[in-house]
Design a protein around this ligand. Structure first.
Ligand code: GLC
Ligand code: MG
Length: 423
């Protein structure tokens, strides 16, 4: 909650499965496009929140399989659990808030009376979430009777049907929307109400998110019928909610553009990244661009031009060195020669690089200390290194690296000096 000193410029609250993550896109391209956009333009002053039906364990499993960025806040188990920051500190107060008129044992007792309800796996069951599978043609009738019975027993619950298969029984005060409303209240109390909020979803358990009055909303193009129908019945005339024409991450980018919430052209969508003119030095953007170039170089999607290599060399500080985590140093020119031999070694392969958690701290009027995680994926193989980098818009800097693979120092076309570590 405290990463930003002031209000977030944009707070994105997104569902994961079939919203941020496209399970039909083996290369995860729309997610990688979103990642590049976020790290280049938003990470430094905005908040990324994931809100998923998954439990924390299952969320962590997804993170190991998909190139997901590190969110600032993660809301799991359909708004019943909230965790903050990289170390995922649990909000225990939120859990207590959900105890009102909730008795898990009574819920399991009553639900056991319905043979139509097939319990989900043990990991999906949480203290304040009891989940089942139920066929779509039986769902409405079961939900009606079940909610009457639970009410008679003095409970106040919420039943949510998602993706034409999953039924969640939650405390009435839970749900993705309520969890978001709770967070917004907390921000308000701290005087840090986000300037803009964008909620993103695709299925029944996301409907709640769209009820937050001050939020923009996007139902991705692949949204399920149940969500579209709910929207049609409840919020049809709200101009701040759109049904995107693009799937998943691309639909989120589309909404950022549509509502003018900030830059919406992902660096991944720019073919010649070195040619694009930028007015002010944005260190995060430079890092994103460098790795995009490097990725394309290795996939042979940029031409193997001696010009690129010569440019890199000519802008190199005379004493610039490659610092390996083991402490071994190499002259930068040598490193660039090595890099040039990598051209096309990943051609035709699912080879991608993304950066996560870019943070930059000014340490002078024109110098920044950057830290970020650089991820590299090639097919099933995934690697990460933590990089530290000094960027200066004026003078060459001495650099120090921890647990990283290399250093490249180049001058930007606008005569700004730029240092970046690379493998
Ligand atoms: C996720 C959860 C599941 C839940 C469903 C709908 O798939 O794993 O338990 O029922 O979302 O909310
Ligand atoms: Mg979903």
């Amino acid at each position: 909650m405290d990463r930003l000193n002031g209000s977030a410029r944009l707070m994105i609250v997104s569902d994961l499965d079939c919203t941020m993550v496209d399970h039909d896109d083996p290369g995860n391209l729309s997610l990688l496009r979103f990642n590049a956009l976020w790290e280049a333009y938003y990470r430094h002053d905005s908040l990324l929140v994931f809100s998923t039906g998954r439990s924390l364990t299952s969320y962590k499993r997804l993170r190991r399989r998909k190139p997901l960025l590190t969110p600032d806040i993660v809301i799991t188990s359909v708004g019943t659990e909230i965790a903050y920051g990289e170390s995922m500190v649990t909000d225990n107060f939120w859990k207590e808030c959900l105890e009102h008129k909730w008795d898990r044992d009574m819920v399991t007792e009553e639900t056991a009376k319905f043979p139509e309800l097939i319990p989900q796996s043990e990991t999906a069951q949480r203290p304040r979430k009891v989940s089942f599978f139920v066929e779509p043609d039986k769902a409405v009738a079961v939900m009606e009777v079940l909610s009457e019975r639970l009410e008679k027993r003095g409970l106040n619950v919420k039943l949510i049907y998602s993706s034409g298969t999953a039924l969640d029984v939650l405390p009435e005060g839970a749900g993705k929307g309520q969890a978001l409303a709770y967070l917004l209240e907390k921000f308000k109390a701290d005087g840090k109400i986000p300037i803009n909020v964008l909620v993103c979803g695709d299925s029944g358990n996301d409907a709640d998110l769209f009820t937050i009055p001050e939020a923009y909303g996007v139902m991705v193009s692949n949204a399920k019928e149940e969500l579209l129908q709910w929207h049609e019945e409840n919020l049809k005339d709200n101009p701040n909610i759109i049904h995107a024409t693009e799937r998943c991450g691309a639909g989120i980018i589309e909404a950022i553009g549509k509502f003018s919430l900030g830059p919406s052209l992902s660096p991944r969508d720019i073919t010649d990244i070195w040619k694009s003119e930028r007015e002010n030095l944005n260190p995060g953007h430079e890092v994103v661009n460098f790795y995009l170039f490097y990725e394309r170089w290795r996939r042979a999607e940029v031409e193997k031009s001696e010009q690129y290599i010569q440019n890199l060399k000519s802008v190199c500080h005379p004493s610039a060195a490659f610092v390996h985590p083991s402490g071994i140093e190499r002259h930068m020119h040598q490193c660039i020669d090595i890099m040039s031999t990598f051209h096309g070694d990943k051609q035709g392969k699912q080879y991608y690089i993304w950066v996560d958690r870019i943070s930059s701290a000014p340490i002078g009027s024109d110098t920044w200390l950057l830290k970020f995680d650089k991820w590299e994926i090639c097919g099933e193989e995934r690697r990460c290194c933590l990089a530290t980098l000094l960027v200066s818009s004026m003078v060459h800097m001495v650099t120090h690296a921890a647990d990283m693979a290399g250093l490249l120092h180049s001058r930007r076309p606008n005569n700004r000096d730029f240092l970046v570590f690379s493998p």
